[in-house]
Design a protein around this ligand. Structure first.
Ligand code: GTP
Ligand code: MG
Length: 610
């Protein structure tokens, strides 16, 4: 239900337009009623052969209503769509603003296709909210009141009949449709999202599907989802047809009842027979207001499900009910932190005084000691601990290597330092303050990272490099590319630095991608350096070349190096050996070898293999 409040709030920001659109909507239906009623009245009067002048007013009325209906309809559609698209664009902007600071931590669990489907399809579904959910009942209500008063002028019982038929067609029929179509709206949304995912999966995983002979199976699954979706759409179409027929039946019944009562009134001399046709046809046309009501529950259901899917990703603050959340709700606490960050981001500037939230700190270049104090961390409350009581300190300018087998939590340490996640127990601090006290943008500004999963954009090499330093000159770009052993390759391409590298950089080899990432870090020139398997994927000669470059890069910087490669670790000030989320050994390379423990074992094995 919170999503209704959210949607309504977004919409009501445009209340003057909405009021006008509603007013025009009522006027359109009124014109329709007027057109039919005036026409019927004209025919009835004309049959009595009155002087033509007597008919003039009615003739003008017919013309007026005929024209005004079209004009009002046009203006109403124009305004209501204007409001709708404004709301949609607001939702898109808000959604983007909200999820951007979450990346990659919270979005990690979401498929990119699912995200796309939320951004595109779920946002699009919201266009029905005003047009098909919000406006029709209000317009119908005012038409009922207006036309009801008109009928009451002749006899109050006519108004009762109208009201009864409106209630049956406008409340009971929609209720019936809701009962019969329960859950279909939601199912359609989910099936569409699922279908999107399957299509994207099929396309992205084409190589795997082909090589494992799974194309047929994939197609079958795709067709199954598609058939299910078609089945749901069919049900809804049937239901729509059924409800339209039912509403039509009630409308005609209403007209007949009014006609029969009218005839009785004429017989008793309480109604002029000339008015009979007018009342009957007017009633029939007033049902124009009721026809859209049958599908209101269906559209509402779709709106709610899609809005929930959107809100799922947004912050609690956005939904206004996050303020009383529990203090120790870890994920939500994270949300709050990120929300504050995103607000600050809007006016992030180097000048501390101009900041929206002056309470947040900017890291000081001369005080970058990084320390973990008994840090424990897990990704979800239901999942096992990934890091347990991890403590270490990296004095400014010193170099620490983290080694350990796959899955022991090395990358997780990096995720915590970059504040993609926050630790649940213990404290991570930089200089004299804990990480959350710093402005997140400023914090990330001083850290250069090469991750295991480098993401490259579908843009040119130059643009991918400029990401790290938008102001870099061509000369700078080339110097860095040379250092990362990438320059020769780039110049061998027909378009050189302006070559497109494709989606996710697929036109580059794994090693080239990694070197591009290293070049980016070189450009960023940050005082803290994090290298997560930076040279992985390179052949051993290039690897050592690149690593030499990397080691040179480490000079004077606080460095965290995660590696599987034991060569070169002699220059590290400390090596941490991680096992199952705990640091089991620490010391310099020489000390650890002397100790002849687990590190020594690994080192021996590594030397044996190489
Ligand atoms: P390698 O990169 O393979 O050498 O491993 P690592 O030491 O870097 O491991 P990492 O820190 O990435 O992962 C430690 C544990 O956390 C593993 O059991 C992962 O399954 C889990 N993990 C990593 N990332 C996520 C995440 O985004 N969400 C969740 N729920 N679990 C994660
Ligand atoms: Mg890792």
């Amino acid at each position: 239900m919170k999503s209704i409040g959210w949607l309504t709030r977004l919409m009501l920001a445009y209340w003057p337009r909405i009021l006008l659109a509603l007013f025009l909507s009522v006027l359109t239906i009124t014109s329709h009623i007027g057109l039919m009623a005036a026409s019927a009245y004209l025919l009835a009067r004309a049959a009595l052969h009155p002087p033509i002048l007597d008919l003039m007013v009615t003739i003008v009325g017919v013309r007026f209503f005929g024209l005004s209906r079209a004009v009002f309809r046009y203006l109403e559609r124009y305004l209501s769509h204007d409001v709708t698209f404004r709301v949609l664009s607001q939702i898109r902007v808000k959604f983007y603003e909200q999820i951007e600071p979450l990346a990659p931590a919270r979005l990690g669990g979401l498929r990119s296709e699912d995200l796309l489907s939320r951004i595109v399809a779920d946002v699009e579904t919201q266009q029905n909210f005003y047009l098909r959910v919000f406006a029709p009942p209000i317009a119908a209500f005012f038409v009922l009141i207006g036309y009801g008063i008109f009928l009451a002028n002749y006899d109050i019982r006519l108004s009762y009949i109208l009201a009864a038929c409106f209630v049956i067609a406008g409340v009971i029929v929609p209720w019936l449709v809701k009962r019969l179509g329960q859950g279909i709206g939601a199912q359609i949304i989910f099936l569409k999202a699922h279908l999107n995912t399957q299509v994207a999966d099929g396309l992205l995983g084409m190589t795997e599907l082909l090589s494992y002979h799974q194309v047929g199976d994939h197609l079958i699954k795709f067709r199954e989802t598609n058939d299910e979706l078609i089945e749901c759409e069919r049900k809804i179409t049937k239901l729509a047809a059924f409800s339209a027929a039912l509403t039509g039946l009630i409308a005609n019944l209403g007209m007949w009842l009014i006609l029969v009562l009218g005839i009785l009134l004429v017989e008793k001399g309480r109604l002029n027979g000339v008015n009979l046709g007018m009342l009957a046809l007017g009633t029939l046309s007033s049902f124009e207001a009721v026809f859209p009501l049958a599908l209101v529950p269906h559209h509402l259901e779709q709106n709610l499900v899609s809005a929930d899917r959107l809100l799922d990703l947004m912050k609690p603050e956005e939904t206004k009910d996050g303020r009383d959340r529990k203090k120790h709700d870890y994920n939500r606490e994270n949300d709050k932190i990120r929300h504050e960050d995103s607000r600050e981001h809007e006016d992030s500037s180097k000048n501390e005084d101009s900041r929206e939230n002056p309470g947040k700190l900017i890291p000081r270049a001369d005080n970058l000691k990084l320390s973990f104090q008994e840090v424990s961390f897990r990704y979800e409350k239901t999942e096992p601990w990934v890091l347990k009581d991890v403590s270490f300190t990296i004095p400014q300018g010193s170099k620490v290597a983290i080694v350990g087998s796959s899955g022991v939590g090395k990358t997780s340490i990096i995720n915590l330092i970059l504040r993609f996640w926050d630790c649940e127990k213990g404290e991570i601090s930089l200089g004299d303050h804990s990480l959350p006290e710093y402005d997140i943008e400023e914090l990330r500004r001083i850290i250069g990272v090469v991750t295991q999963k480098t993401y490259l954009f579908n843009a040119t090499i130059k643009e991918n490099l400029l990401l790290a330093k938008p102001s870099a000159t061509n000369q700078e770009l080339m110097d860095t590319a040379r250092q990362a052993k990438l320059h020769e390759f780039i110049t061998s391409l027909p378009n050189g630095y302006d070559s497109y590298i494709g989606e996710g950089g697929f036109k580059l080899s794994g090693g080239q991608r990694q070197r591009l990432a290293i070049a980016r870090v070189l450009l960023k020139n940050a005082p803290i350096l994090i290298l997560d398997e930076a040279a992985a994927g390179l052949d051993s000669i290039t690897e050592s070349e690149v690593l030499n470059e990397v080691y040179r890069l480490m000079e004077g910087r606080t460095t965290i190096l995660i590696t599987h490669n034991f060569s070169g670790l002699e220059i590290m000030d400390e090596i941490l050996l991680l096992k199952e989320g705990r640091i089991i050994e620490r010391g310099t390379h020489a000390e650890l070898l002397q100790h002849e423990g687990a590190y020594w074992e690994l080192w021996k094995r590594d030397r044996f293999i190489n």
